[in-house]
Design a protein around this ligand. Structure first.
Ligand code: ADP
Ligand code: ZN
Length: 723
């Protein structure tokens, strides 16, 4: 039955819900995506159940008519409920959440074609070396001029010349042409007994087609991926869609080739840097149900799957699942809610689960499936500490003698090593040795980080960059700048000094910033064209290099100094994950951890390889602090370009704070990042018992106060970053 009067959730957070009438003959249902008039303009909206979206009622005769219904499937009720839940839980307006669903403008415009080109077999009147090379390279290829120019490595102008000469011909293709089908049984693995048992349970959960949150807890290299692929196979065999969330796009290349060898076709990839044609093609295939398996970053979570059968969150402990701007949500948690509304299983896979996830498993809310040992009998690496208070590296050096010796040993044996330091660039601070001037970001309370490879000083918070000056901007002294502290580039230099013959690769988000570069790095490491990898947290996960037998952690204490809530857990996870890169093949691995605090509980647990001891100590600490999962946090960030305006707005909020037994309000105080992207920032922190309705408290409190237009108030429920 078609509706005659509708209420719209419009894609504009400044507007409330709006009512319209449906012109005769127009077929509209709940979830339809429509175009409506708004004054002289038009807005896109989703038809919502009016009883779920309160608005002041407009009399029938004042209603304007909808203009069009878009040619895409309506947003299903399950997803409408997820949009509501997300907005409610994260204290966000509905519109920006809904915009994450309607995330391809092109997809809404209906079917489309585009022009691609291919060789005709003809030859140009005048053959040039460039043309000859292009023709050879394009044999059997078809694509847009831009794609072909990438393939042939010639300018677009050269190709347009070939089009004019009739050597390349245009072909109209459907933008939304179908994807190659994946096959559940393309290449079946031989699972170990442990793996088989877990796989059977995952497959049973898929076939039961009910909500089932599952924690897949398996040590690094135990075959979690191999095992959950069986569940993926079971879902596609039933023609149900699968979503696999991965934390990092740099990881996807290796994952994609592995997926393709298992299922005979690549999955559909979704991330923020997709071309708009690929984006609309994926979106429409997902909405029509044609897409089988989608692998994506957190934004893939909100896509309009027609027929979802399974969600996997791989490396579920990763903090990159937490979005820290716009709608501040945690994709791991929203994934569980999506599975709940869709009534499907959701698998959180990790070797170092978040304490919250383990707690849910231990209390029986999540089912826990365990893969206790590495596949193929590979041993977990041997972990030793290097006490930096005793083994001091020389001045201007960061690699202590035992780690140097181990690096030399591996190089002599032709094995690979990995050094981990979670700091990009060459040095975290640059100062003038003459006057002490420190290079600071003009927009943020942060030091500028020297990047020697790209010859710039950069702010890691706002992206501000400047060329390193020849003389001090303060005292004018030339050649007086000194680098303080190490970043990965500086460690790589130190390695090159120790091992002059070694081939060293620096791996960070600066150097591995595209899927192609990531693939190139993996290929080189696998071909043993790299001896030592020096990297940030990017190298802690996913990679599998059988010849890598030594992992060195340059500074295990670094993560503990930030003073944030999950610092201990994060240090534990990072070091355990990076340690998990060692000894994945036949040869045993060794891990050397440099620390000034060998007695700290996190470090001691790492050395003993005693995961349970770490989690127990951390659980006690959290219980004592009323921190998650025993209590809940929410942060409120007040910012303005004007310092006084920000301070006064924060003060006003502080003055009207709620006084409740089960919610404590701390602050306002200047945020640790007191200036960020030219905005002055103040913070309040709420700590609530589990019994409190934290969201309602926040909404009531903030809803009662008006601020000047220059003030922004952000809410971060379950915050990770305390900057
Ligand atoms: P995890 O996700 O737990 O780190 P992976 O699934 O990546 O583990 O497996 C680690 C390595 O062992 C991979 O190279 C994988 O191909 C291999 N492996 C795991 N299980 C099997 C199996 N049953 N048969 C063949 N290779 C396997
Ligand atoms: Zn900055």
């Amino acid at each position: 039955m078609s509706l005659t009067r509708v209420r719209l959730l419009v894609m504009n957070a400044a507007l409330g819900p709006l009512d319209y009438k449906v012109p005769e003959g127009m077929q509209v249902e709940h979830g339809s995506i429509v175009i409506a008039p708004l004054g002289p303009r038009q807005v896109t909206g989703i038809v919502w159940e009016s009883e779920r979206l309160p608005a002041t009622s407009v009399p029938e005769e004042k209603l304007r008519g909808l203009l069009a219904v878009l040619d895409v499937p309506p947003i299903r009720a399950e997803l409408r409920r997820l949009i509501e839940w997300t907005a409610d839980y994260y204290v966000a307006p509905l519109a920006p959440v809904a915009r994450m669903v309607i995330s391809s403008g092109g997809a809404l415009r209906g079917p489309a074609t585009m022009t691609e080109y291919r060789l005709t077999g003809g030859t140009p009147e005048r053959m040039t070396p460039q043309r000859a090379a292009a023709i050879e390279a394009l044999e059997g290829e078809q694509g847009t001029i831009r794609e072909l120019s990438g393939i042939a490595d010639v300018s677009e102008g050269v190709l347009r010349g070939l089009v004019n000469q009739g050597v390349l011909e245009p072909v109209e293709v459907d933008v939304d042409r179908p994807y190659t089908r994946a096959r559940a049984d393309f290449h079946l693995p031989n699972l170990s007994a442990d793996q088989r048992e877990v796989a059977d349970q995952l497959v049973a959960a898929v076939n039961a087609a009910e909500f089932a949150p599952i924690l897949l807890d398996g040590v690094t290299g135990s075959g979690k991926t191999e095992t959950y692929f069986e569940a993926v196979g079971a879902a596609i065999a039933e023609d149900r869609q699968v979503l696999v969330l991965l934390p990092e796009i740099a990881l996807t290349e290796a994952f994609l080739s592995r997926f393709e060898s298992r299922f005979g076709a690549a999955p559909i990839v979704w991330h923020s840097s997709l071309k708009s044609t690929e984006r609309r093609r994926a979106w429409r295939a997902i909405a029509s149900g044609e897409a089988q398996v989608v692998v994506g970053a957190r934004s893939a979570l909100f896509l309009p799957y027609a027929n979802l059968g399974l969600i996997i969150v791989d490396e579920a402990h990763e903090i990159s699942f937490k979005q820290d701007d716009g709608v501040r949500y945690n994709a791991r948690d929203v994934a569980v809610m999506r599975a709940h509304f869709e009534k499907v299983p959701v698998v959180l896979a990790s070797a170092t689960p978040a304490l919250e996830s383990l707690h849910m498993a231990d209390s029986g809310t999540y089912e826990k499936l365990v893969l206790p040992s590495r596949f193929g009998g590979a041993q977990l690496p041997d972990i030793k500490l290097i006490d930096l208070t005793e083994e001091k590296p020389g001045s201007g050096a960061w690699i202590a003698a035992p780690l140097r010796a181990a690096l030399e040993d591996r190089l002599a044996k032709g094995e690979q090593s990995l050094l981990f330091l979670n700091r990009r660039g060459y040095a975290p601070l640059t100062l003038c040795r003459h006057c002490g001037f420190r290079f600071q970001c003009p927009n943020c309370s942060a030091w500028l980080v020297e990047h020697r490879l790209s010859q710039r000083l950069a702010c890691h918070h706002c992206g501000h960059e400047t060329a390193p000056p020849e003389k001090c901007p303060e005292c004018g002294e030339p050649d007086c700048l000194v680098a303080c502290g190490p970043g990965v580039e500086r460690i790589a230099d130190e390695v090159a000094e120790i091992l002059s013959d070694a081939r060293v690769a620096v791996v960070t988000s600066d150097t591995l910033n595209s899927p192609e570069k990531a693939a190139e790095f993996v290929a080189m490491a696998e071909a043993k064209a790299i001896d030592v990898i020096v990297g940030t947290q990017l190298v802690t996960k996913g990679f599998h290099f059988p010849e890598l037998t030594l992992v060195g952690v340059i500074d295990a204490d670094l993560g503990l100094e930030g003073g944030d809530l999950r610092a201990a857990e994060r240090t534990y996870q990072q070091v355990a994950q990076v340690a998990g890169r060692a000894g994945r093949g036949a040869k045993p691995g060794e891990v050397l951890i440099q620390t000034r605090h060998p007695e700290a509980p996190v470090i001691a647990a790492l050395e003993a390889g005693d995961r349970d001891a770490f989690y127990e100590a951390e659980t006690d600490a959290r219980r004592y602090a009323g921190a998650p999962p025993f209590g809940r946090w929410a942060a409120i960030i007040i910012s303005s370009e004007d310092e006084r305006e920000a301070r006064e707005a924060a003060q006003r909020l502080g003055d009207t704070r709620p006084h409740l037994d089960d919610v404590q309000v701390l602050g306002p105080a200047p945020a640790p990042m007191a200036l960020l992207r030219n905005r002055y920032r103040y913070r309040l922190l709420l700590n609530a018992r589990r019994t409190a309705n934290l969201q309602a408290v926040v909404r009531d409190w903030l809803g009662g106060i008006d601020h000047p237009p220059g003030v922004r108030v952000g809410v971060d429920v379950d915050p990770y970053s305390f900057v």
